[in-house]
Write a protein that binds this ligand. Structure first.
Ligand code: ACO
Length: 199
């Protein structure tokens, strides 16, 4: 794949323009893996392959109907300059049907493989710092059987690159103590203290 091309085309089904994902990061993934924006079709119920299933390594996801997923996706899409959710799909594992040959060899059909990782950068619009933008990294998840292949690091690098391209002056996140070494490997450093209030 040429260095400046994404294997995905901009589409109404994708949450945001895939051109925001650097092709150089695609190339760092294991063979057959792709990184792309969340797709409207990523809720298709095939055991262990959906986006929501992947998020279960993180916390309780609960029971989300297809309609509820579609409604949430539509909301995010309407705010697509604010929500950038990405997934990593392992195309080596095909789902029920073989991939349809695409119109050009550069195009890959989302949802033909297995989703194995996910993450979001949420862009906050501030008044301070001259109407500055801050990226908040949220909900990073790599399937338990896929951890240790640098997929988590590629997700973070992609979200950092998106944050930088859309104009964030910083990208921040909260994590547990046990994940500090992982984020340090990704280039983050400790800043401040996280506090929470749960209703
Ligand atoms: N402690 C020490 N080092 C770690 C850890 C850890 N817990 N996790 C990863 N690393 C290191 C790896 O060894 C690797 O180091 P290397 O470059 O020397 O080889 C480097 O960090 C990159 O690791 P990856 O292979 O990219 O990590 P992985 O794909 O397994 O993803 C993740 C890490 C996302 C934490 C994954 O384990 C996971 O999904 N855990 C469960 C959910 C979770 O805790 N998510 C993060 C929540 S915080 C948030 O969402 C903002």
């Amino acid at each position: 794949m040429p260095a400046n091309r994404s294997p995905f085309k901009k589409s109404d089904d994708l949450l945001f323009d895939p051109a925001l994902i650097p092709a150089a990061l695609q190339e760092k993934l294991p063979s057959g893996y792709v990184i792309r924006p969340l797709s409207r079709t990523d809720n298709q119920i095939r055991s262990n392959t959906s986006f929501l299933k992947t998020l279960q390594v993180l916390t309780t996801v609960g029971s989300i109907s297809d309609q509820a997923f579609q409604d949430r996706f539509t909301y995010l899409k309407q705010h697509s300059d604010q929500y950038y959710t990405i997934v990593i799909e392992d195309m080596n594992v095909s789902s029920t049907s073989p991939p349809t040959p695409s119109a050009t060899p550069l195009l890959v059909t989302p949802g033909r493989g297995k989703i194995v990782g996910a993450g979001t950068v949420l862009v906050e619009r501030k008044f301070i710092h001259e109407l500055g933008l801050v990226g908040h990294i949220e909900d990073i998840a790599v399937s338990a059987d896929q951890q240790g292949k640098k997929l988590g690091q590629r997700i973070i690098e992609t979200l950092m690159a998106i944050g930088e391209q859309v104009g964030c002056y910083k990208v921040i996140l909260d994590c547990s103590e046990k994940n500090v070494p992982f984020y340090e490997k990704c280039g983050f450093e400790r800043k401040g203290v996280e506090m929470g209030w749960y209703v």
